[in-house]
Design a protein around this ligand. Structure first.
Ligand code: KG4
Ligand code: ZN
Length: 333
């Protein structure tokens, strides 16, 4: 078996259609088609998402192959996100991958979206050394993971309510910002000051909670707007800076605790919220204070992308972990 396989990878778990070609673990192309339609509805509408995936998947794969300068007959396997995610969205990627593999006689590799976020670090250099600790922060998940080897991941902390990305998106909605609000809050926060100290949860252990922050923002806004109706418009940048600071503080506090408990100094962050400039800066700073080696993926490898699926599939290919045509998507894994 080829230990440096060339793999076509597909990601379609939420609202981005992405295709990548990864050869010998190296990313040759990574093409992502976003779905602007969801901003109009204040969140991802599953039915719209699956229809957009259907429109996007064929051209996205064609561009990924072209940019990689790889012909279908040069591929060794097809990989796809099996879950977790929106079932209709996953169905499009899984069906495409199965049909492509069947037509070309290629083996299929299924990938867990959350493990792929963690392994996105292997799409570029420097790569973390095992065991490393990874904070995975996305729109649907917030997890602290001890990564013992490429496919041995142990979850030591998770959110008990909202995910970090949801905390950004839901508070952003209260502020009148379009979905996804995370990047918009990030941008606005850059010109504001975190003068408002929103509530931080008092949670023992390594689990997270963000619902108190949401309530705290809601009550603060209500009180201030009663006194001055233009409060939101006049203070938007400062409010965003306060929200971002609170979320970043919660995340940095827990990863510091996890690093102390496990004694691990290889520290990584992954997922869409890892694109947040406040979090990136705070993690670098904490890393310097604590003597950690900090790993932060480039922006395209933080948000959903097929490169991370291809990199994860490369590890699975090398271990001979393939699936048959009977494989089905799974909203939860
Ligand atoms: O990993 P991801 O692309 O998709 C999921 O698997 O969920 O994460 C999407 C989440 C959204 O909640 C979005 O608001 C958030 O990542 N996000 C950000 C930033 N960029 C994306 N949150 C804060 N700051 C950003 N710059
Ligand atoms: Zn994701």
């Amino acid at each position: 078996m080829n230990s440096n396989p060339t793999i076509l990878a597909i990601e379609s778990s939420c609202d981005d259609t992405s295709a990548a070609v990864v050869s010998g673990g190296e990313v040759l192309s990574n093409v992502t088609a976003g779905q602007a339609i969801h901003a109009e509805f204040g969140g991802v509408v599953p039915e719209h998402a699956s229809r957009a995936h259907q429109r996007n998947i064929v051209p996205t794969v064609a561009v990924a192959l072209k940019r990689a300068n790889v012909l279908p007959e040069e591929l060794d396997a097809v990989a796809f996100t099996r879950g977790p995610g929106l079932i209709g969205s996953l169905m499009v990627g899984v069906s495409f991958a199965k049909a492509f593999a069947l037509a070309r006689g290629l083996p299929l590799i299924e990938v867990d979206h959350m493990k792929a976020h963690v392994l996105a670090h292997f799409a570029e250099d420097p790569k973390p050394r095992f065991p490393f600790l990874c904070l995975v922060v996305s729109g649907g998940h917030t997890q602290l993971v001890v990564v013992n080897s490429p496919l041995d991941h142990e979850i030591i902390g998770k959110t008990i309510d909202d995910a970090a990305g949801e905390a950004f998106d839901k508070t952003g909605k209260m502020l009148g910002l379009d979905y996804p609000a995370g990047p918009r809050i990030d941008k606005l926060a850059a010109s504001g000051k975190p003068v408002l100290a929103f509530a931080r949860p008092k949670m023992d252990g390594l689990d997270f909670s963000f619902s108190g922050l949401k309530t705290s923002v809601l009550y603060t806004l209500r009180k201030e707007i009663e006194q001055s109706p233009n409060y939101l418009q006049d203070n938007l940048a400062d409010i965003c800076a306060g929200v971002q600071q609170a979320i970043v503080d919660i995340l940095i506090h827990k990863i510091t605790k996890a690093a102390e408990q496990t004694g691990i100094k290889e520290i990584a962050v992954a997922g869409g919220v890892a694109a947040n400039s406040g979090l990136r800066k705070a993690l670098e700073q904490r890393g310097q204070e604590k003597g950690w080696n900090v790993y932060i993926p480039k922006l395209a490898y933080c948000t959903d992308n097929a490169a991370m699926i291809g990199v994860t599939a490369t590890f699975k290919y090398q271990l001979g972990q393939f699936v048959g045509q009977e494989v089905a998507p799974a909203a939860r894994l």
